[in-house]
Structure formats: C-alpha cells, structure tokens
Write a protein that binds this ligand. Structure first.
Ligand code: ADP
Ligand code: MG
Length: 448
C-alpha cells in the first residue's frame, strides 16, 4: 500500500514524499479514502499511529477548491491542548506547501488580536481549542455558518478535560450539512453519545483495541518504596540500555528536583514542566531533540502530545493518577514501529492507580525482574544538610499539573471547566504559554 493508492492529488503526494513518509500507517490507509469521499468518519487508534495525517491530508485536497470568506472559516479542527493544536498546524504547513491554504490558530498564549485579524481576512482551516473558540464566538468575532468540515481530534482527551459541553454547543452552531470526523484513542460512552448525535452515518475505523498500548512497548511495573525511587531510576538508567528517556512525574516540583538530582549524579538530564515559560520549554525540548540531554524529566501537561521520536524508554517515576495519562506517557516510546520500554514505579500507595491503569489497558503489567541484585547502592539517598526545597515549600507549590482549575470570570480559558473525575489536588494557575513549536504560518500570515 502506498500513498499514491489512496486517491490524493499529485501536489499532495509530492509534499508527503518530501516529508519523508513512504507508506501510510493503517489508520491513514483506511481513513483517507472515505474522507476524500466526504463521508463522516470515526477513527479509533492508539497514540502515535498517525491519526493527524489521516485527516490533514484529505482535508488539504478537499479544501483546495473553494473560496475563503471573511470571518467564516471553511473548516474547523478542535484540539484539546495548545501543543496538539500547534502540531496539527505544523502538519498543515508541511503537507500543504504546494497549496494556497490559509490557517488560523486559536489557542492560549498567542495574541488574540492577531488571530482575529487572520480570521477577518478569511481562513480555510481554523485550528482551535474549544474554550478559546467559544470565547471568540461569544464576542461575535467569528461565524461558524460557513464551516462545512469539522474534526474533533483526541475526543477522549476532550472528555477528560471537560470540553464535551463546549463541543456540543460548537457542533450546534455549524451547518448541519457538513462533514464530521472524530478521532480518539478510546471510545468511552460519552464519546459514543457525542458521535451518535453529531455524526451522520459515519464510517467506523478501528485499528487497535481501545486504549491498549502499543505491542512494540515492553511494559513493566517496578515495586518501589517512595524513598528508593531515585536510586532505582538511576540503576535502570545505567543498566537497561537507555539511549533516550522521558521520565514522567505527577508534580512539577518532583520534575524539578529529580532533574537536579540526576544532573548531580552525572546524567545529561533536562526538564519540562508547566512553570516554565514558552521559550524555556521550547529551548529544553530542542536540547533533548538535539541530544544535548538524553533524559527529559516531564510533567503530563507540559509533555502532552509532544512529538519526540525515537525515545527508547519511558519511566513513570510516579504512577499516573489518571489511567489515560499512562497510555499517553507510554505512547512516547515505541513510535513509528520502533520498540520501546516503559517502566512504572509503583509504591504501596499506588495500588489503586495501577489497578485502574491495568483495567484500562486490559491486562496486568508484569513486574520487572532485576537481572542482578536490586540497585547496588542500597543506602537511602540522604539529603545533605538542610532541605531547602522542602523547608521552603509554600502552600500549594507541590500541586499536580493536572488539577481542577478555578474558573476565571473574565475570559474562558482553554482549561477544563468541568471535572469528570474527582481530583486530589489543588488548582494550578492558568498556564502562560504553550510549549509546542511555533508554526511558520503563525509568523507569516496570522501574525503579520
Ligand atoms: P496520533 O495522533 O495517532 O497520536 P500522530 O499523527 O501525532 O499520531 O503521528 C505520530 C508520529 O508518527 C509523528 O511523529 C508522525 O510524524 C509520524 N507519522 C505519521 N504518519 C507517518 C507515516 N505514514 N510514516 C511514518 N511516520 C509517520
Ligand atoms: Mg493525535
């Protein structure tokens, strides 16, 4: 199967070729032909299976004909986070280089005025997070009546972030006679309900069991006491043939402290978390991509959707509280057919969290058997002298990144407004920047 068999235009095939893709992934092979035939579509496939191109490519050909009109985007792609929105924009830029398509990106951290300007000049594709879009719509800056193509991407993530009510009201504002595509890693009942309501006679494509993680990923649980975590991590980093690793922590403070500790022990470690501003996150990610550091300590929010290829290992330094985070974290390795390894540290307190993960992924994760003795340096790492970070910790500083947010009154943010599950920790302040790369077109068309 090649891209040329899918019915895409020559200009597009050229762009795909220069992007370096030789063969469509299974979801692309199955989704592209029906989308080109203007059918509604539900695409269920795990993280890292290439869902983005499965809608971006046919959309470029569909949108190649037709006229832009002021304030009325011709198509709309909804993404749960800024990072994912930015990645989709990059995809459009890469594959659409032989087409004259205009885009606008409605996400936090990019100035609203510039986005409105782009919209008022007319766009073919609008990529938005639901909160931002609703905000702009309510201020009368945008008309959705000309929008004949809708993509709801990462639907399960949208659900998790409380975006379903927004999506419902957005769907209701679009013309009923439109093409709608929904992509998700899983199909929980509320998403099924959403698609029953807003898609018409959709083609259903599923390329893997819902929420199962990639079979190319060897996954292990590592029972560990909280105090031994760092030591066990160092042991694994040294002995498990690690070339590049992302180490996920549940809290920003843990990310910071762990990165510091790893550096102290001679590892080339970097960090990425929600307290860093956008340029700092981008710089750190670049250092990781260039190989200046090979271990990246990360929080879920900051790492969400980051497209980092070829990570040999994922470590869950903390068992994630939300099982879907497990799937997304572990999905950072084993991408594009490569094999990967994922280790999840499980303390006695994590029993319930890990059970939830196993329920979602549909099987027990085997316990890792250390080939040798347990980590040689069995002595507990004792903090030297006083413990400044801990002693100085201010109330709430150690909160989780994925916690319920307080509603802001002035403006809707793209943060969740309704929580589906109880969260255990305190809210974090609104994020200040997005950590994805800045797509070229933002510098040119939208920000001009
Ligand atoms: P998903 O949305 O399913 O999680 P993405 O669309 O983000 O996955 O794609 C995951 C990775 O696979 C990206 O790095 C992307 O560049 C790469 N990719 C997508 N399609 C192909 C392809 N046909 N051949 C090789 N790599 C691909
Ligand atoms: Mg995706």
């Amino acid at each position: 199967m090649s891209f040329a068999d899918l019915g895409l235009s020559d200009e597009l095939l050229q762009a795909v070729e220069s992007a370096g893709y030789t063969e469509p992934t299974p979801i692309q092979a199955q989704a592209i032909p029906p989308v080109l035939m203007m059918k509604d579509l539900i695409g269920i496939a795990q993280t890292g299976t290439g869902k983005t191109a499965s809608f971006v490519l046919p959309m470029i050909d569909i949108l190649a004909h037709g006229r832009r009109r002021a304030l009325m985007p011709r198509s709309l792609i909804l993404e749960p986070t800024r990072e994912l929105a930015a990645q989709v924009a990059e995809n459009f830029e890469k594959y659409g280089k032989n087409h004259d398509l205009k885009m606008a990106l409605l996400i936090g951290g990019v100035q609203m005025g510039d986005q409105v300007k782009a919209l008022s000049e007319g766009v073919d594709v609008l990529i938005a997070t639901p909160g931002r879009l609703m905000d702009l719509f309510e201020r009368g800056k945008i008309l959705l009546t000309g929008c004949e193509l809708l993509v709801i991407d990462e639907a399960d993530r949208m659900l998790d972030m409380g975006f379903i009510p927004d999506i419902e009201s957005i769907c209701a504002k679009l013309p009923t006679n439109r093409q709608t595509m929904l992509f998700s890693a899983t199909m929980p009942p509320p998403i099924k309900k959403l698609s029953d309501r807003f898609l018409s006679n959709p083609k259903y494509i599923e390329v893997a069991r819902p929420a199962t993680t990639n079979i190319n990923i060897a996954q292990y649980k590592v029972p560990v006491s909280p105090r031994k975590k760092r030591e066990v991590l160092r042991h694994l980093l040294r002995t498990d043939d690690v070339s590049t690793a992302i180490v996920f922590c549940n809290r920003k403070t843990t990310v910071r402290e762990l990165a510091k500790s790893l550096k102290k022990h001679g590892f080339a470690a970097g960090e990425i978390h929600g307290d860093m501003d956008q340029p700092a996150r981008i710089a750190e990610l670049e250092r990781f991509k260039d190989g200046q550091v090979n271990i990246l300590c990360a929080s879920d929010v900051a790492a969400r959707g980051l497209d980092v290829k070829g990570v040999s290992h994922v470590f869950n330094f903390d068992t994630p509280w939300h099982p879907d985070d497990y799937v997304h974290r572990v999905g950072r390795t084993g991408r594009g057919g490569a094999s990967g390894r994922a280790f999840t540290f499980v303390t006695p307190d994590d029993a319930e969290a890990v059970q939830n993960v196993e329920k979602l992924t549909g099987g027990e994760i085997p316990v890792f058997e250390f080939a040798d003795e347990q980590p040689a340096e069995a002595v507990e790492e004792k903090p030297k002298g006083k413990r400044p970070q801990r002693a100085k910790k201010v109330e709430g500083a150690d909160r989780a990144e994925r916690a319920p947010r307080k509603e802001t009154t002035e403006m809707r943010s793209e943060e969740p407004r309704r929580e589906r599950r109880p969260r255990r920790s305190e809210p974090e302040p609104a994020d200040d920047g997005w950590n994805g790369p800045v797509p070229e077109f933002l510098k040119v068309s939208a920000l001009a």
